[in-house]
Design a protein around this ligand. Sequence first.
Ligand code: AMP
Ligand code: MN
Ligand code: MN
Ligand code: MN
Length: 284
Amino acid sequence: MNALTNADLHCHSVVSDGTLTPEALAERAKANGVDLWALTDHDEIDGQARALAAARAQGMRYLTGTEISVTFANQTVHIVGLGFDAHNTALAEGLRRTRGGRRERALEMSDGLAKVGIHGAYEGALKYVGNPELISRTHFARFLVETGACKETAEVFRKYLTEGKPGYVPHRWARLQDAVQWVTEAGGMAVIAHPARYGFTPNEEYALFSEFKAHGGRGVEVVTGSHSSQDAVRYAETALEFELAASRGSDFHSPTESRIDLGTLPMLPGKLTPVWELLADRIQ
Ligand code: AMP
Ligand code: MN
Ligand code: MN
Ligand code: MN
């Protein structure tokens, strides 16, 4: 495993808001040339045993993964955890608490949508949910595309599911220090997911990176399906500045919704330390 490894360390299955099973994702990753894979479902590690078995069946190396929802500076930040012990009870308990409240939030989202004439959204979204503890905005987006309210999920987010829009309900997720600690104490590495997506001011972003490091975080996604090539250049510099290892992951959710397929991203810039070099002894 080196800088030329085709590592894809960020994607979602039906255990959170992806549309493929862990087995179908593994098959697709392998077909696209992935050598090292991680399944990173939102706030959930229930798919890890299946993902590891599927990776083995495909002849791919595997790192355990999850993507934890965190509230920082009144915004949602995602922290990817990699290479942890999937049997760690504190991590499992922390994730269970982070998942809590999604049902109530979804009911409120549905009420908000009903006020603008979109009825039955909670029940509609549920049809797309694979894990009853993990109803997410993505499932609502799929339902609104099904009804014809919007042409594609990105449009649903723009018109209905982001701050100030009728189906948006603010939510308090895990604390940054807790998410980093759960992953680190379970033997894994915490990684800031897709930093270009947050829209922080420079001061807020500096606070995020420095607090993340102070709590024991060690990595940042540089090459991701959520970044432009300019974003990758920018966060390669940030990784060097904060002495963080760099990760690479498509954030693949679905063959019809995701712009970037598993294993098809550009390589990491050469001057960075890949997260998988520091996680060599955690690779299965
Ligand atoms: P939730 O955890 O319920 O707030 O849902 C967050 C998920 O919504 C993310 O993980 C993405 O999969 C999806 N998402 C967020 N923003 C967008 C967007 N603008 N377009 C498409 N999907 C999005
Ligand atoms: Mn998602
Ligand atoms: Mn994310
Ligand atoms: Mn993701």
